[in-house]
Design a protein around this ligand. Structure first.
Ligand SMILES: [Zn+2]
Length: 312
């Protein structure tokens, strides 16, 4: 019987669960809202929910998975298998890998959702045929907030779960942020900020896409807000060019698709800020919404390979 893997991508809003075969093909996907309970029960509730999802995925077939991959949101220490903190879901210092492994009765590969989506993007998406990008890249997911993963010389930088929080890096003109600080990039540069600021200025509701459409129709308020978002984003990107010097910055999330010229405008604005630096290529992400599940697949594949290596 061929090997199968259970995959879990746990976000603040919902959990995606999937089943993949040994070739990494995702055969089946379930999605349901993440249960929200108090901080004391959050971790136990999560592993209970994972176990129920795994029964639903495997009960219809004779498949017995050999390993699971678990990618979760929040602050994550992948090495120790700990969910350090999740503002959305409430756990604190929870040994999620060990708990999930005990509950599922399987070896569990564990990691951060954005970091693993980034690894999937670089291994299987935009970096699949681009060795330079696979070694030195920044993956930036710009949606309601801004999540980032840093690949430097072939290693994903984790720093105990604290690295890559560029949504909360200070930028000139930044506004008060939900995190408690003032001036964070995501208060100007996220899709969420663009639509919120436009609504505050004009009373018109809509997503970032609508603000881009308003700009195209000659709306100066929309143009100003988008200009400030671009300047804020390239301010942070330029800091990255002088600190970790990526070959490319891969842009995912809603904003990357918001306007046709958006990535080009970012590239021009970034170029203006650089001199001798390596200018990164700005690249739209190839993998879509299931990048997190693909990342969980990499985690499951790696832990299964480690186990079979140990057994030899
Ligand atoms: Zn912040």
């Amino acid at each position: 019987m061929s090997e199968h893997f259970l995959l879990f991508d746990v976000g603040g809003t919902d959990i995606k669960a999937g089943l993949a075969n040994a070739n990494g093909e995702i055969l089946q996907v379930l999605r349901e809202p993440t249960h929200k309970v108090g901080p004391e029960h959050a971790a136990a509730e999560l592993v209970g929910q994972l176990s129920a999802l795994s029964r639903r995925l495997t009960s219809q077939s004779a498949i017995t998975p050999v390993a699971a991959g678990l990618a979760v949101c929040g602050l994550v220490d992948a090495e120790s298998g700990t969910g350090i903190f999740s503002a959305n879901l409430g756990w604190r210092n929870a040994p999620l890998r060990a708990m999930a492994s005990a509950e599922l009765g399987l070896p569990v590969g564990f990691g951060h959702d954005v970091a693993m989506a980034a690894r999937a993007e670089l291994e299987l998406g935009s970096g699949a045929k681009d060795a330079a990008l696979r070694r030195n890249a920044v993956v930036m997911v710009i949606g309601t907030g801004i999540a980032t993963a840093l690949m430097v010389d072939g290693r994903l930088i984790s720093a105990g779960g604290y690295a890559g929080e560029l949504g909360h890096a200070q930028v000139p003109g930044g506004l008060p942020c939900a995190c408690g600080a003032t001036g964070c990039l995501e208060t100007l540069g996220s899709a969420g900020a663009i639509s919120k600021r436009y609504q505050q200025a004009t009373g018109k509701a809509g997503g970032a896409k609508e603000v881009f459409a308003a700009r195209a129709a000659g709306d100066e308020i929309a143009a100003g807000i988008i200009h400030e978002a671009i300047e804020a984003l390239t301010f942070t990107m330029a800091q990255l060019c002088s600190s970790v010097a990526p070959e490319g910055i891969v842009l995912g999330g809603g904003l990357a698709q918001a306007g046709d010229s958006f990535i080009e405008e970012l590239q021009v604005s970034l170029r203006r800020r650089l001199s001798f630096h390596r200018e990164p290529r700005l690249i739209p992400a190839h993998l879509g919404a299931d990048a997190g599940l693909q990342g969980a697949m990499i985690l499951a594949r790696d832990i299964a390979a480690q186990r079979s290596h140990l057994a030899l």
